[in-house]
Design a protein around this ligand. Structure first.
Ligand code: KG4
Ligand code: ZN
Length: 338
């Protein structure tokens, strides 16, 4: 094996077609093709997503190789997302990776999408990296977890959502407000000029380190329905305050359980990962926690928050070192635990 592996990673678990090239622990290229087609439907349409992945995958991989300024013969291993995600979308990425591995006669590496989000903190960009063990609040459109990370391959989910994910809570709230999918970034944007305490919503009562967001959604829906009955311009006139209050509620639910996890485990190395870690309020609150409590907080760069293939390559790098390779018969899973 060469000393510094060059890994091509493919991520196609949802609606972004992504390819990245990693050399050692440094990213040479990180290409993401978004699928705008879903915007008009208010959410991802699985069949349309897999068709768009089929159209995008070759140009995206080609762009990643060109941007990295390498030849495909330089690639030491190819990695793909094995799950969790939409099965049809996952299969496009895994089929491509399997064919590429055969064609180039290189090892194949299967990566868990959520582990990829967590391990994105180990991409070498000169910033400090978490030290094991650390806690990671992993918040995306499909997941909300608190994970205890002992090593790059030993991770334990110590808290999870019992219904909706935090990203789903953002997106569904945005949908109620008439904002297009994905609504999380738009709520973040409008919240900047709103008051976070203008509206109060119900707070979940969930045991231990688990989360719940479905009650919040109902509470938001009721408040808005009532508001619209009294004033048909209610949403437009209060959009910024509504967004700020919704964002404040979601972030406070996340922080309450994260603080509890820190207390229970005595681990003060804290990371966040996943699409919702792009949220400015969550990032600010964590930075404050670092200042007031002296915790070590690790916040990913924006390009590594939402789905990307760079995170798949870095997770694959650790597997490459462990010689943890996949067979051609490796199966994709829509639901996949660690
Ligand atoms: O990790 P990700 O790209 O895809 C999944 O694996 O689900 O996460 C997407 C989620 C969406 O729900 C999106 O609304 C949310 O991340 N998101 C945000 C922000 N940026 C993305 N939520 C709140 N604030 C943001 N700035
Ligand atoms: Zn994700």
């Amino acid at each position: 094996m060469s000393k510094t592996p060059i890994i091509l990673g493919i991520e196609s678990s949802c609606d972004d077609t992504c390819a990245a090239i990693l050399q050692g622990k440094k990213i040479l290229s990180n290409i993401v093709a978004n699928q705008d087609i879903h915007k008009i439907y208010g959410g991802v349409v699985p069949e349309l997503a897999s068709r768009a992945h089929q159209q995008n995958i070759i140009p995206v991989v080609d762009a990643a190789i060109k941007k990295a300024n390498i030849k495909k013969e330089d690639i030491t291993a190819i990695a793909f997302t094995k799950g969790p995600g939409l099965l049809g979308s996952l299969l496009v990425g895994s089929s491509f990776a399997k064919s590429f591995a055969i064609g180039m006669n290189i090892p194949l590496i299967a990566v868990n999408h959520m582990q990829g989000h967590i391990l994105s903190h180990f991409i070498d960009e000169g910033d400090p990296m978490p030290k094991f063990p650390f806690l990671c609040l992993t918040v995306s459109g499909g997941h909300t977890q608190i994970v205890k990370i002992e090593t790059s391959s030993k991770m334990e989910v110590i808290g999870t959502t019992i219904d909706d994910a935090a990203g789903e809570a953002f997106d569904k709230s945005a949908n109620i407000l008439g904002l297009p999918y994905p609504g999380g970034p738009l709520i973040d944007k409008y919240a900047k000029n709103g008051s976070p305490h203008a509206f109060e919503f119900g707070k979940p009562k969930v045991k231990e380190l688990n989360f719940s967001f479905s009650g919040l959604k109902t509470s938001i829906m009721r408040l808005i329905q009532k508001g619209v009955v009294e004033n048909h311009n209610f949403i437009a006139e209060n959009l910024e305050d509504l967004c700020a209050s919704i964002q404040q509620s979601i972030v406070s639910i996340l922080l309450k359980k994260l603080k509890k996890a820190i207390q229970q485990t005595n681990i003060t190395q804290i990371a966040i990962a996943g699409g919702v870690s792009a949220n400015s309020h969550l990032r600010n609150e964590l930075e404050q926690l670092a200042t007031t409590k002296g915790y070590q907080i690790y916040i990913p760069k924006f390009e590594y928050c939402t789905d990307n293939a760079a995170m798949i390559t870095i997770a694959a790098y650790f597997k490459y070192l462990d010689k943890d390779f996949a067979e051609q018969s490796e199966t994709s899973f829509a639901r996949l635990l660690f």
